[in-house]
Ligand binder design. Structure first.
Ligand SMILES: Cc1ncc(COP(=O)(O)O)c(C=O)c1O
Length: 405
């Protein structure tokens, strides 16, 4: 193991605490990760040393805040290897990034009768914005199905594509199954037919090295709070030629060039899409989270998380009646499961009493639940600060809970 996990854990104050007198085991990282002290300090420093409204004022505090805010844009650009910093648009999170594209791409490029392909394993935030847009524009959503291993049936993609298909919306990593989708291949198929692709990177950006140029993504979205950063901050990456043709998503301060009652002209990228006062301190602290992630090394994190995934999977599969959903080889550190005869909600509630935080429910992926004919699952999801000892505690507690039913 390359990472010193004991040392890393000391950076995360929240992990040091006890829940119901037991050491916290935090396995809800796919919902949101915890923050290292470096990120908390960056947030505090912004408020105590250089807080001012960005871009607008000619005073020291505003200048300093603007500089720090814009530095995060450079760091985010580097993180995903975007061509230019103007292609990094700050949003509230993945949800807002996708809504922005659904609205503005929809306005610019979608006509009545056009089609958008959306995969069956998507989070609701990569389904509903497209449905809203389709409702407005008279477009149609076409579903790309998965198989029972949780693999996208991309061999069916050709038969789903028509001359009305305009965009494919697909997640890089499933938040339920952990499946890592072949998004580069899907982008190639899409582009060979003049179709655009939006990749939802919410579950990927902290766990895989992302290169938007190599993937040839038209749009790529992610959230800081799933990457050891603050909540309320996200990124939309887009190809410049598309972003330039798209109209603003929201109107307000900062996104304009000139406002007259006779008509308004818009600011350049990325500001055209950043109306109003953004989450200044959050974006600045996101810069510290990116630094932390880069210093840890995403490849190192991914290698350790895969080790945790394999270790946990092997142990869980020894439990009679336990079924894991998502059994593809290309998988990130997410395990969704059910145990015959025990409701997932009861399992989650009882595990909590052992100090273990897991997620239960449909994980905002109803169509995926329908595919497997279930209402929900228990989901354990790992980050690089988790340990094999925690997995032992989890599996042991799970066995005890099952024995109670
Ligand atoms: C795959 C996926 N997409 C989108 C989202 C939405 O992210 P956010 O709530 O940060 O906007 C999530 C959150 O769980 C997710 O897992």
């Amino acid at each position: 193991m390359i990472l010193d996990i004991d040392k890393i854990r000391l950076d995360f104050p929240i992990l040091q605490q006890k829940i119901y007198k037991r050491p916290l085991v935090y396995f809800d990282n796919a919902a949101t990760t915890q923050r290292p002290q470096q990120v908390i300090d960056a947030l505090t420093r912004t408020y105590t040393e250089y807080y001012g409204n960005i871009h607008r004022a000619a005073h020291f505090l505003a200048d300093k805040a603007t500089e720090a805010y814009e530095q995060t844009r450079d760091k985010a650009r580097e993180l995903i290897n975007a061509e230019n910093r103007e292609q990094i648009i700050f949003t509230k999170g993945t949800t807002e990034s996708i809504n922005l594209v659904a609205f503005s791409f929809g306005e610019a490029f979608i006509q009545g009768g056009d089609e958008i392909i959306v995969s069956e394993m998507e989070h609701h935030s990569n389904i509903v914005p497209w449905q809203l847009m389709a409702g407005r524009k008279g477009a149609k959503i076409v579903m790309l199905p998965i198989d029972d291993e949780g693999r996208l049936q991309i061999e069916n993609l050709d038969s789903l594509i028509t001359d009305r298909t305009k965009l494919i919306a697909v997640t890089h990593v499933s938040n339920v199954l952990g499946t890592i989708n072949p998004v580069k291949k899907i982008a190639q198929i899409a582009h060979s037919k003049g179709i655009r692709i939006l990749i939802d990177g919410a579950q990927a950006a902290a766990h895989l090295r992302i290169d938007v140029q190599d993937l040839d993504a038209d749009f790529y979205t992610f959230s800081a709070h799933k990457m050891y950063g603050p909540n309320g901050v996200g990124v939309l990456y887009g190809k410049k030629e598309l972003l330039e043709k798209m109209s603003p998503y929201q109107g307000g301060g900062e996104m304009i060039s000139e406002v007259k009652f006779a008509g308004t002209t818009y600011n350049d990228l990325p500001y055209k899409f950043e109306a109003g006062t953004p989450n200044i301190s959050g974006v600045i602290a996101f810069g510290a989270a990116i630094d932390y992630l880069q210093q840890t090394g995403i490849e190192n994190a991914a290698a350790w998380e895969t080790e945790l995934l394999n270790y946990a999977t092997d142990q869980l599969l020894t439990i009679p009646g336990l079924r894991i959903y998502g059994t593809q080889a290309e998988k990130s550190g997410v395990i969704s499961f059910n145990v015959e005869g025990v409701h997932f909600f009861d399992l989650g509630t009882m595990l909590d009493k052992f100090g273990i935080a897991v997620r239960t429910g449909h994980h905002c992926a109803d169509p995926l639940m329908d595919h497997f004919g279930i209402q929900g699952t228990v989901r354990a999801s790992f980050a690089f600060y988790n340990t094999k000892e925690e997995i032992d505690v989890f599996v042991d507690a799970l066995k005890k809970v099952i024995a109670m039913f």
